[in-house]
Write a protein that binds this ligand. Structure first.
Ligand code: NAD
Ligand code: DAU
Length: 339
């Protein structure tokens, strides 16, 4: 089985590459990644010499490069993680989100049609459903919840989802979509809440909490998300959407306080700052469908996962320090520039 994984040098994509190489030692995994600021090739260093792994630096919007790779590898499955993923950046500069997240998806699906890919899987997000009010804890996102986006990021992801379903209906491309809640775990880029707070707390820097800090996210350990995608690409029904989440809602301020407690730091570091524009109030996934149809259940409890994650950041300063300094962006040139 040949699987092209796009965005495999990012947070979830790299965890997925590691998971697949371990879970399916007979599969060949080809990672296609542009190495934007969010892609870090050093993350993939442990598998670079694995004969079942290949890394290719390319942009999913580059039709020629994508077609060339599909021609060479004749993939059975494509899993698309490649995206601009940070809401705050989308508010500053929406355009690149539309290019990568929507146009890039169409380039990948065109190649998938041309080369007869057996499954195209789109990694989407619960953010396409918009948000839920804090005073209605009985409400959850199901696969039937209407698309109702808030940010340029979520709008671009929703646009891609609609296009994926259109390729299924119009061309019969065998697609699946997963819509997952907030992930956390190793290799999470330190612009996102949990790694940002861990690293700033370690440096005794102020912790910027947006608005009143009461916004709720539904956190899932990244490995559980990877296992869900592995199940969907093998056993999921073509043309279907699967919500992925672990019923683990937490207010931002509680996460920040938990991190401070684990690190033995003072809550005085917390600084309330101007709210994110259009800030979604609450996300909460109903994962009944993937549980009932595919038997998926999250395995890592938040209490364990967050301790494991904090320990990972304490033990892996060599991974995040070059990101803080910006040096990680020279890694590709240094290691592979002349190859
Ligand atoms: P990330 O920002 O950590 O990684 C994105 C990766 O995509 C990077 O390696 C980057 O170099 C690559 N990339 C970006 N533009 C590209 C392009 N034009 N061509 C090729 N590669 C490109 O993102 P992440 O948090 O790992 O998210 C991965 C996917 O999962 C995204 O599609 C995101 O929307 C979705 N998602 C994320 C979460 C979450 O909590 N992080 C939750 C649900 C869904
Ligand atoms: O729900 C899935 C989504 O989760 C993914 O689709 C996105 O790619 C991913 O980035 C994430 O989006 P969020 O906006 O929820 O994640 P972020 O880590 O940016 O923020 C989490 C919450 O913390 C959110 O309510 C904003 C708040 N926040 C964030 C940062 C970076 C702060 O209060 N302070 C901060 O400095």
């Amino acid at each position: 089985m040949n699987i092209i994984v796009t965005g495999g040098a990012g947070f979830i994509g790299s965890n997925f590459v590691f998971h697949m190489l371990k879970a399916h030692p007979d599969y060949r995994i080809i990672c296609l990644d542009k190495l934007t600021y969010a892609g870090n090739l050093s993350t993939l260093e442990p598998v670079m010499d694995n004969p079942n792994f290949r890394f290719v630096k390319a942009d999913i919007c580059d039709k020629e490069a994508v077609d060339k790779l599909f021609e060479e590898e004749k993939p059975d499955i494509v899993v698309n993680f490649a995206a601009e993923s940070h809401v705050d950046r989308s508010i500053e500069n929406p355009q690149v989100f539309l290019e990568t997240n929507i146009l890039g998806t169409s380039v990948l699906m065109d190649a998938s049609r041309k080369y007869g890919v057996k499954r195209y899987h789109q990694v989407s997000t619960d953010e396409v459903y918009g948000d839920l009010p804090l005073d209605r804890p009985d409400l959850f996102f199901t696969e039937q919840t209407p698309i109702h986006t808030s940010s340029p990021y979520s709008s671009s992801k929703a646009g891609a989802d609609l296009l994926v379903l259109a390729y299924y209906r119009t061309y019969g491309l065998p697609v699946t979509i997963s819509r997952c809640s907030n992930n956390y775990g190793p290799y999470h880029f330190p612009e996102k809440l949990i790694p940002l707070m861990i690293i700033r707390a370690l440096h005794d820097e102020s912790l910027p909490v947006y608005g009143d800090g009461l916004n709720v996210r539904d956190w899932l350990y990244v490995e559980d998300h990877c296992k869900a995608i592995d199940l969907i690409i093998h056993e999921g029904k073509v043309g279907e959407v699967y919500n992925v989440g672990g019923h683990n809602e937490m207010a931002n301020i509680d996460i920040v306080k938990l991190i401070l407690k684990e690190l033995g730091k003072s809550e005085d570091l917390i600084t309330y700052v101007t709210d994110r524009k259009g800030h979604d109030r609450r996300y909460a996934i109903d994962p009944t469908k993937i549980h009932n149809e595919l038997g998926w259940l999250p395995e890592t409890k938040f209490a364990d996962g967050i301790v494991k994650t904090i320990k990972w950041y304490l033990d892996n300063e060599a991974w995040w320090q070059p990101i803080i300094s910006g040096e990680y962006q020279n890694y590709y040139e240094k290691m592979y520039g002349d190859k």
